[in-house]
Ligand binder design. Sequence first.
Ligand SMILES: NC(=O)c1ccc[n+]([C@@H]2O[C@H](COP(=O)([O-])OP(=O)(O)OC[C@H]3O[C@@H](n4cnc5c(N)ncnc54)[C@H](OP(=O)(O)O)[C@@H]3O)[C@@H](O)[C@H]2O)c1
Length: 255
Amino acid sequence: MHLGLEKKVVLITGGTKGIGRSMVQAFLKEGAIVHFCSRTKNDVDTANESLAKDFPDGKAIGAAIDVSDQSQLTEWVNSCAKESGGVDVIVANVSALAIANTPERWQATFQTDMMGTYTMVQAALPHLEKTKGNIVTISSVSGREIDFTAQGPYGAIKAALVHYTSQLAHTLAPKGIRANTVSPGNIYIADGVWGNIERDTPDFFKKQMEANPMGRMGKPEEIADAVLFLASERATFISGTNLLVDGSLCSGVQL
Ligand SMILES: NC(=O)c1ccc[n+]([C@@H]2O[C@H](COP(=O)([O-])OP(=O)(O)OC[C@H]3O[C@@H](n4cnc5c(N)ncnc54)[C@H](OP(=O)(O)O)[C@@H]3O)[C@@H](O)[C@H]2O)c1
């Protein structure tokens, strides 16, 4: 399947680790020009170096910014557009990954997940209007079902992201801009959330692993593939969808 992503300018938040990093690599493999960010300058520098080595014909440009800082994020989006001559795709991937039910964690989740996504969209809209580009937001199965994250902010804000993305799809369709969500299930990354849980609370990890009907957790590449498809020319009539990529972890029927 030809995705038509060559030379498309793609902005991904949180591209040095986990799902974000897999997305950066997957878009590069398709010949896209990829801008990514994270807060840790060392990690950004290391990622820039290794991506340049792994994709000698590609163009990946990382920057150290914090998406919870609205002015940094807006400036980054505009500087990427200037450097690469526009924006075709944005992927709002970063989350505060906050589960604790405290005012601080609710505030951090709102500022990072919700406002980070909103701010990225607002900054990118003038550029996406020109390219008739598209938006992908990253939610979670926790936004759809009440699970182990319940009581804290994670699932509630992830659900809000799905609603916000549907609003964008509906209101931006006349401008030729699409917006979709990908909701991952449990995705195993050795130095990520589930790798940490496996080391810190092996019993809980085992229970969660057993909850996956496929008998395994997902791989970050499996999320990247779904994002690539939705962002591509093969999905031009898909907007406002919430694509669960969870190996059938969710038992509810999505109508
Ligand atoms: N992993 C899963 O099982 C799973 C399941 C469902 C949904 N998701 C969703 O998938 C997305 C990615 O999760 P992940 O597991 O890949 O996370 P991860 O492995 O922890 O990676 C997060 C990335 O985002 C960067 N980041 C974090 N906070 C940032 C900020 N404020 N500003 C800029 N960059 C920031 C991190 O770098 P720095 O820390 O250096 O900034 C890192 O590059 C999240 O939205 C998450 O909710 C994940």
